[in-house]
Design a binder for this molecule. Structure first.
Ligand code: FES
Length: 243
């Protein structure tokens, strides 16, 4: 173990889901440090094992570390991939290649954060063979209890606005790990902001600005980044009148 940062130099961050993340040198390698809700400090490798994205903007979701790119979730203690590995259908892990996150043992004492010079061993659940492309594609064998296929497509909704006006659209969301609303917004509309409002029964709020008079369509899909098919689809037709 070696001291890498004074304790008072690592804050809890903006919120429990957005801890401060500090890059420090731990001997021959760099590691990232974050202080979780409750004060415990974790140390992990600076890039995501999936596609090498920097984890300096990672967030915390339900106690797991979330990569900002495809939102894969990793256990900060063992490095195990939580999502998508635990949800993946048999034989599909080689396409998702979540790997595991290298994590380091941490101690905090004498006003310093101490980090081990080598990562912990891979988690017991990690099996590199499952992430290798099979020599022959497996037969489709979805389990009998697989989730029903096909998205929930809501009836399209009509909205009215005048040119230049901003309006807010609310999308009820279940806050399922990994799922996000993503918009495909047609000409004539601009997304001004989007945020999750957990205090209102988990609502995703999108502000859009109407452009020139006419009709514009936007389609919002609720899916995980690796899903082929979304779970839900909402379509809005906006009729824009002259101001
Ligand atoms: S690069 Fe991190 S989840 Fe894909």
């Amino acid at each position: 173990m070696r001291p890498v940062l004074r304790s008072d130099e690592l804050s809890a961050g903006v919120s429990p889901t957005q801890p401060e993340i500090r890059r420090v040198s731990a001997g021959e390698t760099d590691v990232l440090l974050a202080r979780l809700e409750g004060g415990r400090v974790i140390a992990f490798t600076p890039t995501c094992p999936h596609q090498d994205t920097s984890l300096e903007d990672a967030t915390v979701w339900d106690g797991s570390l979330r990569c900002p790119r495809h939102l894969y979730l990793y256990d900060p203690d063992t490095g195990e991939n939580i999502l998508p590995a635990r949800d993946a259908l048999p034989g599909t892990l080689w396409k998702l290649r979540p790997g595991y996150l290298s994590v380091y043992r941490v101690e905090e004492r004498e006003g310093w954060i101490w980090v081990a010079g080598a990562p912990e061993p891979p988690p017991a659940t990690y099996d590199p063979d499952q992430e290798r492309r099979p020599s022959r594609p497996p037969e489709p064998d979805a389990p009998a209890n697989a989730a029903p296929t096909g998205p929930l497509v809501h009836p399209s909704e009509e909205l009215g606005a005048t040119a230049g006006e901003e309006l807010e659209v609310e999308l009820a969301t279940s806050l399922r790990p990994g799922y996000l609303w993503r918009g495909e917004v047609g000409d004539g509309l601009v997304v001004v902001s989007q945020r999750i409002d957990p205090g209102s029964g988990a609502t995703f709020r999108v502000r859009i600005r109407a452009g020139d008079p006419g009709e514009a369509t936007m389609r919002w899909i609720y899916a995980r980044p690796w899903d082929v098919e979304p779970a839900e689809v909402r379509i809005f037709v906006v009729r824009i009148a002259p101001s």
